[in-house]
Design a protein around this ligand. Sequence first.
Ligand SMILES: O=C(O)CCC(=O)C(=O)O
Ligand SMILES: [Fe+2]
Length: 477
Amino acid sequence: YCKCKHQSRRISTSHVTDVMTALRDAWRSRGSCSHGTLEADSSPFPHCVIRNFLRDEEFASRLQGALLRQPFHSKNTDLYNFTQVHTDMSVLFGWFRLWLSDLLDLELEPTVDVSCAKYQHTDVLLCHDDELEGRRVAFILYLVPPWQPSDGGALDLYSTDGVFCPACVVKSLIPCWNSLVFFEVSPVSFHQVSEVVAEDKCRLSLSGWFHGPSLPRPPRYIEPVLPRQKHLPRDESVLYEWVSDVYMNLEQQVRVQQEFEDSSEIRLPNFLKEEKLKEVISALQLAEIHWDRSGPPNKRCYEAADLRSVPDSVRSCWELFCSEAFFLLLSNLTGLKLHTLANDPDSEDDEEDEEQATSSAAIKKDGSTAVCVGEIRRWTRGCYTLLHDSDNREFALDLLLTLGCSGWQQDFGGFTSYVAHGEDEELLTVLPEENSLALVYRDTDTLKFVKHVNQRSSTHWQQPPRSFYDFSITYYE
Ligand SMILES: O=C(O)CCC(=O)C(=O)O
Ligand SMILES: [Fe+2]
């Protein structure tokens, strides 16, 4: 298996032993080592690349052909997009397991769990650590055509911060025909397959894990809960200034509420008044707003506006959604109790409540406990959010207003997908739609993610700013 530079000659046992000793030392001392076709490094976590992994090139080509004829199934979630087929490759990787066991001085279980993956244009596997009960070493054998960094599809390795969260990509391994990468699965082995941008290349690989005793795992970092705020004291004039007249009509509010109660979600098109919409979009696009990158990348990747840096029009729009008058409007639109004056489904004097709905005198009396938390976000190519176990799971009302996204298509990604916890099935998709306000009530079993914005969005964004924006706010009764 170790051919080094001696393509046609048999390798002497002593040479193999030398390489093995060097590699073992490098692995143990967290150093690096390079020997012919083999390169090992411990930064950002221990990994090794072996070129010309399969000695018989022709066998490798036949293997590639045979694999390509397999029935691939498409895999499509928050984390990834690619096609896969399971294969029994225990024979092919059996001896490799013995070699690895010897190298790592570690008992690896005989069962290898191998699958074949095919990544094509826009396919991606976002940041993850591979940690799952018993996985000890991950390996990937690439059966790819000549591959350039500009084709995408690199295996990117992340550094980690002080609390074992991924920080940034510090090394990119470009897939190469008949080369194999293996790395130690550990609490810091964060990696991704970057999006394949080549339109006509197929990144075929055989990959899997060898199982053994797991490394000790530090407790997972728990993110602090973002501070939630009570409504801002603003009266109903803010609604008349911003919200399209149709949604200020009480009969219309009743209709919206009925629909919302039936399906727990509703889209309200043309939500903001046209001139206000234009003002906010151009401010978001042109103003010098400070955008902070959100992370860590195993959970999210987008930019959020530093609210201290936004121009007046954007701030006013933000304040609209946080205003007392808006909490009351939302109560009327959804039937939720986001305000003490909200229609109480058990109360008999609904009519009286409705009359009070937009009266500023009534607003002053409020003693509600409803709160909200949210962000103004910027979405560009490569952005996403992922589902994760630490998501706090509470009943909540999500509000999403997307701006600067006219002509958006679903296959660009960037849509919000609601799923039931522990299931693949999608409950609801909210597409970015210009000036459409989406309201979604979620229960403790519902999670959401924003699908990776892929390279197809670049064809849509011919010129700057190459981004769309949203106001994303969650309300708690
Ligand atoms: O294909 C690769 O380079 C990595 C694949 C991977 O990380 C995985 O399947 O978990
Ligand atoms: Fe992985």
